[in-house]
Design a protein around this ligand. Sequence first.
Ligand SMILES: Cc1cc2nc3c(=O)[nH]c(=O)nc-3n(C[C@H](O)[C@H](O)[C@H](O)COP(=O)(O)O)c2cc1C
Length: 363
Amino acid sequence: MTNPDEPFEFARTGHISRNRAVLAAMTNKQSDSDGTLSEAEINWLLMRAEGGFGIVTTAATHVTKNGQGWKGEMGVWGDHHIPGLTTLANGIRKRGAISLAQIFHGGMFAPEAITGERPVSASENPLSGDSKDTSRRLSSKEIEGIISSFGDAAERCSKAGFDGVELHGAHGYLICQFLGEKTNRREDEWGGGIAERSRFLMRIIEDVRNKVPDDFILGVRISPEHRKVGVRLHDSLELSDILVDAGVDFLHISCWDCSWGSSEFVDDRRTLTEWFSERLGNRVPIISAGGIWSTSQAKTVISHGADMVAVARAAIGHADWATHLSEETYDPLKPPFSPDHLVEQGLSETFVDYMRGWDGFVS
Ligand SMILES: Cc1cc2nc3c(=O)[nH]c(=O)nc-3n(C[C@H](O)[C@H](O)[C@H](O)COP(=O)(O)O)c2cc1C
């Protein structure tokens, strides 16, 4: 069986990751108000590159100014972001890791309080359970504009020296809102069955491809299931076939508890990683994320068919997490972490404050 400390090669682009450990995208609120990277944010990511991760992914970063979901979010919508991105990409490469920017648009979760505009989505959707406010349905022309902004954002990342991008199709944001049957009730070419609901994502892939060099990594992160937007496992499996046909370099499934959790909707004990690996075989590399802390959990997820494992919370608490993957019994300390420990691990006060909102994370 493959060990998590073994290298992995991306067949199409030739990039070699020194191990199977991916730093998952993590919002950290440390960017400046115009979306440029702060020194603190660059520092936090470079510490994880130094700490042995094979791939370092940035936080979700918005591709249009009005696609911003929260304060302190990293942006990639303007050329003024390129100098910061360049510093980060160079630093990650120097430390031996592959760099990915996770590009996204918040859609109905880009609040008016931040953007000054009514949130947009595939359809007119309630913005929250108890509110009468709704998102505005995008016109086809606006959809084309956003697709092009994804391509422009990827081109900026490429110019800055990033190895690739991860399209954020998970967690209910705009791409996910197009994929979901609840939030996409369109009757035009952008809505219908999963083939039609994935058209927005497919067109983004095409636009990115047209604007970046051949050896630029292009992967997609999805939520296999998402109750609120109406993403169901069987549609996601069908989507994964469509993504294979589109030639993506990896499929990243965000599972929240991937080493043991099974489907929320389907009565079947297989883990989500098993569902996807059985469906896809070796047709596309699978990255699986959620609830991995120990080497033994990483190995379990790989034994279920993942090619790489992504970690978030364990990497906040332990910058050097990836260097321990050769230790069979490695099982690092879990939250709550003291603020002092988190500062030692390269988090700024802003980031520590943000983590106080994650139940039980900060003591
Ligand atoms: C502080 C924090 C910020 C996150 N921000 C993002 C994000 O920007 N994009 C994303 O796709 N997932 C985000 N996630 C989800 C993680 O990437 C990951 O899928 C999730 O935390 C489960 O993995 P874990 O158990 O290793 O933490 C975030 C998670 C945390 C803890």
